[in-house]
Structure formats: structure tokens, C-alpha cells
Design a protein around this ligand. Sequence first.
Ligand code: ADP
Ligand code: MG
Length: 377
Amino acid sequence: KVSAEPAPIRRLEESLVNRIAAGEIIHRPASALKELIENCLDAGATSIRITVKDGGMKLLQIQDNGCGIKKTDLPILAQRFTTSKLSTFSDLAKLTTYGFRGEALASISHVANLTVVTKTKKDTCAWKACYVDGDLAPSKPGVTADPKPTAGNDGTLITVENLFYNTPTRLSALRSSSEEYARILDVVTKYAVHNAGVSFICKKAGSSTPDLSTPSSSTTQQAIRLLYGQNVAKDLLNVEVSSSKKGKRKRKSSDDLDDEDLEDATSEQWKADAHFTNANYHSKKMVFLLFINHRLVESSRIKRAIESIYTTILPKGSSPFVYLSLQLDPSIVDVNVHPTKREVHFLDEESITECIADQIQAALARIGERVFEYQTL
Ligand code: ADP
Ligand code: MG
């Protein structure tokens, strides 16, 4: 088709740009909740209580007992790129907190009604603020947008209502509320395993019994037992691997790179803590929890490497449970790779993965030997 006249190029309205950007970070209720949980943990919370209505589409509420937010910070809280966690580009390389670029609350405010009630230890009362499109907004017509004093506990209560009310296509792409709720529970479950010292509660609004409840200060094993069941817990092995213990890593001699420089540049500061089932356990689908520097992420490479260990020891078509927490020197992780921060990349991925997989395999083999000896006696 030959078109006579090209369409004029126009600048999109800022609110539309922000709404599009927000949709890239907040895919569904569970991804909003992941950001909110990370904020609570960054704030030092030891108790996180989540309430959900209609799969999180009507209501997503999260109460923590963390440090709270200063009243003077409330006006810019939900603006894009406002954060307490990063100030220079080089800070990205030493990041220890989950958040880093102040986009989560801003994004949520562009696709939902956001209300914050927060109290620091020093405050004599809590402060409540409502946000629309990044800025403070009146909670109802005729009142000012300023934060209002209110009753509240130390910590922060974030309420997200009517998610995607202004992005109908996103809303219609969501599954049923029970499926969205299942995804929410999955995220909470994984964070509860990884933060066994923090109490998590997740329930549907109006229900008196939580669907998930963990005490504060359990061990990882206890948390796995509670959340994934005795079947997983009774067949669980644990290995800890770290680069410092093993000294400098071996490099393939065929590797013609400038070894000296590479060794120095990465200096291999990493450690891994893996909890995984032995050959007695099998499930249809692999349960794989991967945290890199305390962030729930995905890595098909690491998953495949671990899966392949089990192909020789599990019956065909069955899979293990694996929880792997990997801590890498922040300078070798590129967290800035994807808006959702889900896909994380790091230097030396291959050799680190290989090293961890080897240790898991060795532990599984040791168990296998013992069982075998016993059976042949
Ligand atoms: P980021 O986490 O990347 O900084 P967010 O938009 O998630 O960006 O949060 C912006 C800021 O709001 C944070 O840097 C933090 O100072 C504050 N904040 C958000 N949630 C909480 C919370 N639950 N408790 C205390 N402070 C919070
Ligand atoms: Mg954040």
C-alpha cells in the first residue's frame, strides 16, 4: 500500500508514557507484590502480612513492621526515580538492597490506586497519603492531597486497589482470580523460604484463616517443611559452596584468555547455599527456587544444569525440589538488565554454575553409595 502522506510524529503525553512503562514493570498482581515484599525486607521488617481480594486485582494490601517512611519523604515517594537506596551509578555495583531505582511505587501509582500509611519509630502518629500517577492526590473530592495524621503501627501499610483500572488490555490479559492468587501465594512462599527469619502471613480479604503463615525465626529446613511439606523436607540435602574455600578456580588450559587479569577482575567472591531433594523424592514438575543476592530470579542455564544431574538418578519424567541461594559479589552482577529484575546476569556464570552442580552431584552420590551399601549387606 502506497500512502501519500506520512502520519505526523507527535510526542506522547507524559502520563501515557508512564503508564506504558509501568505495565512493563508490573505485569500482574504477583509482580506488584514481589516489589512490595522486597521493599518491606529492605526496610528491615520481621513481619509481613498480606491481604488479597479477587486475586489481587481488587485489593493487594501489605503491612510490615519495618523502619517506616519519613513524613517529609511522602510527597515524592511515588514519583519515578525516587529512592533511598541508590545515588550514584557506581552504587549499582555495590548494591545490597532489592530496590534500586525507585520505580516500583511509581509504576503502581500509574496503574492502580495507591495508599500508604506509615509510621517511623520517632513519629507520634502514622501518616496516610494517597497517590495517583506518581503524585499525592486527595483521598476524596474536596480534601487536600497532603498526608493526613492517622492511627497506625510502626512500619508501613501499602494498599493497592483496582490494579490496571486504566489499562483494560492488561486487565483482560490476566487469568482468573484464583490463578492470580495462586501466583501470589507462590511468590510469598518462595520469599518465606528464603527469609525463614521473617514471619509471613497471606490471606484472602474477609477470611479468618490465612492460606500461608510462617513464624519468625525458623530455620530454612523448618520453613521448607512448613511450606512444601514433610515429603520434601524428609528427603532434603544441604550443601554450602563458596569460592573462598576452594581457592582459585581451575581454568581450562585450552582457554587462551588473559587468565591473570580475569582472575583478578572477578576475584571470585561468591557463595551458594543449596537445599535439594535426594533420589527418594520425585515430583512431576521441578520446583526450583533461585535467589541471587536475595532476589527471586530465573535462570534457565542454572536450572538446566541442575536438572541434568537428576536425569541419571530419578526415574524418567520425575523432578526434584531445589532451593538455591546464590550470593555474588555485587560488582559481578548486572542487576540493571531487565525492568522486572527477574533475569539477572553475572560474570563467570558458567564456571560458578558448574562448581555448584558438581557439589550437588557429589552430595547425591554420597547418599546413593550409603543406600547401596546398606542394601547389599
Ligand atoms: P526502590 O525500592 O527501588 O527504592 P520503590 O519505588 O520500590 O523504589 O520505593 C521507593 C522508596 O520508598 C524506597 O527507596 C524506600 O525509601 C521507600 N519505601 C518503599 N516501601 C517501603 C516500606 N515498606 N518501608 C519503608 N520504606 C519504603
Ligand atoms: Mg522497591
